[in-house]
Design a protein around this ligand. Structure first.
Ligand code: ADP
Length: 426
């Protein structure tokens, strides 16, 4: 089986977002955590998204990891590789978008003079690019909250300039007039830029239809760089061309058995979801202080509580606290220390629940989910139907236990998220 599309994503949540976008567009999609093991037994899928954590690491390391991921994808037949970056183009003058794009171009596009199409546009989420300038909603990037980002402060809205400062080659522009005029006009513009020796071209896109034009042209080359918007354009092009089944994705057969929910997010949405779940399930609210100072005893007690109840139905265990409780705990132990300790306790709980037979697991919290996935040794997921916008049901594939999961970023989902998730995580 040969892949239609591969993606190398520079962070985990961006990878999930892209994999979910592919799935909704009709591609059967697998997401891997890190570069997959060489022997991963790939199920019948159209697209694979490799999730790296390479956005803010030294450029040379990001290049090495991205090349390894791209080689894996190419070896599985991927005809096109999307380097997935943030829709706010998070990067610095040292990288990593430019250096990785340069390196992937040298690897994948040898002998192909066309510049790589680069666009973080995703109009549906308010990211538009006009004359190479990125807008976040109504604001120029440099006026948006991204100007104060702790790792990648964005002070220049001209992506042509931003990318030029971190690229070896020249950076050009595919302007909106060309994109609006259609695929042939974009091809002509790229041909002109190629003659001038341009290595990469920022592409304008203001409306959704522009993503389709860019996706169509990008797919004719081995490489593109962009956010989930460009991913959508690529996926729709494949589905329109009848190259993917384009049908709803079904997860592998249900695993059944006991189910549990772990909440480590302290977001307002998750707190309300826990209160709602209390109406229909047993809920254990953990003592956060004990999780930091005496984790193994606290985890052991919580697991005994769960074991007594799992045979009768799903249970929910929550570390989550209100903003006041979180602030008090952080004041006592430090922000990073408290967060890390509770993430590790959540991971230990997940491990204990799996040892107790749980194969259906719902986790609330981005960092919490990362800690749980790492601890359980899970290496890849097949994406199923959406439980809530941005939160798909998942089936594990490859290393680790055979599980059905939902991994939710804190603020996602309606108040009844947990019961909806249990219906789809089967
Ligand atoms: P979100 O997706 O809402 O940001 P995360 O899991 O990414 O959720 O982050 C929540 C953080 O809060 C984690 O580091 C978690 O360990 C920590 N945490 C969970 N419960 C508490 C608590 N009661 N007090 C302080 N920190 C907590």
């Amino acid at each position: 089986m040969s892949l239609l599309l591969g993606a190398v994503a520079d962070d985990y949540t961006g990878a999930s977002d892209l994999a979910n976008t592919f799935t909704k567009a009709g591609l059967r999609t697998l997401q891997t955590i890190g570069v997959p093991e060489p022997g991963l037994d790939l199920p019948d899928v159209d697209a694979v998204v490799v999730a790296l954590k390479s956005r803010s690491i030294p450029a040379q390391e990001a290049v090495a990891l991205s090349l390894e991921a791209a080689r894996w994808l190419r070896a599985r037949g991927a005809g096109h590789v999307l380097f997935k970056v943030c829709s706010t183009f998070d990067s610095t003058d040292a990288g990593n978008i430019g250096p990785v794009t340069d390196a992937l171009r040298a690897e994948l596009c040898a002998g192909d003079p066309r510049p790589v199409i680069v666009t973080p546009a995703f109009p549906e989420t308010g990211r538009t690019v006009y004359l190479g300038h990125l807008f976040v909603g109504p604001l120029l990037l440099s006026d948006s909250p991204l100007k104060d980002h702790p790792l990648n402060p964005m002070h220049d809205s001209s992506l042509v300039r931003v990318l030029r400062r971190q690229s070896e080659g020249e950076v050009g522009l595919v302007d909106l007039a060309s994109v609006e005029a259609g695929a042939d006009a974009v091809r002509a513009r790229l041909a002109d830029l190629a003659k001038a020796g341009t290595g990469a071209a920022i592409a304008d896109a203001v409306f959704d239809r522009h993503l389709d034009v860019l996706g169509e042209v990008a797919l004719e080359a081995p490489l593109s760089t962009g956010a989930s918007g460009l991913g959508l354009g690529l996926a729709r092009t494949l589905v329109r061309a009848g190259r993917s089944a384009g049908s709803a994705v079904a997860l592998p057969p249900d695993v059944g058995g006991p189910a549990a929910i772990l909440a480590g997010s302290c977001s307002a949405a998750t707190l309300a979801q826990i209160v709602e779940a209390e109406k229909s399930l047993p809920v254990l609210r953990l003592e956060a202080e004990a999780l930091v100072t005496n984790a193994s005893a606290a985890v052991g007690e919580a697991l005994s509580w769960a074991r007594e109840r799992l045979a009768h139905g799903p249970v929910l265990i929550a570390a989550s606290g209100t903003p006041d409780q979180v602030a008090a705990l952080q004041a006592r132990h430090g922000r990073a220390e408290a967060g890390h300790a509770i993430e590790q306790a959540s991971a230990a709980l997940a491990q204990g629940l799996v040892e107790a037979g749980v194969r259906r697991l719902v986790v609330a919290g981005g960092e919490t989910s990362g800690a749980v996935v790492d601890r359980l040794g899970l290496s890849a997921f097949l994406l199923g139907p959406e439980i809530a916008p941005g939160v798909p049901a998942l089936a594990s594939v490859g290393a680790g236990p055979d599980m059905r999961l939902a991994l939710k970023s804190g603020n996602f989902g309606g108040v009844d998220f947990f019961t909806r998730a249990l219906d789809l995580v089967r």
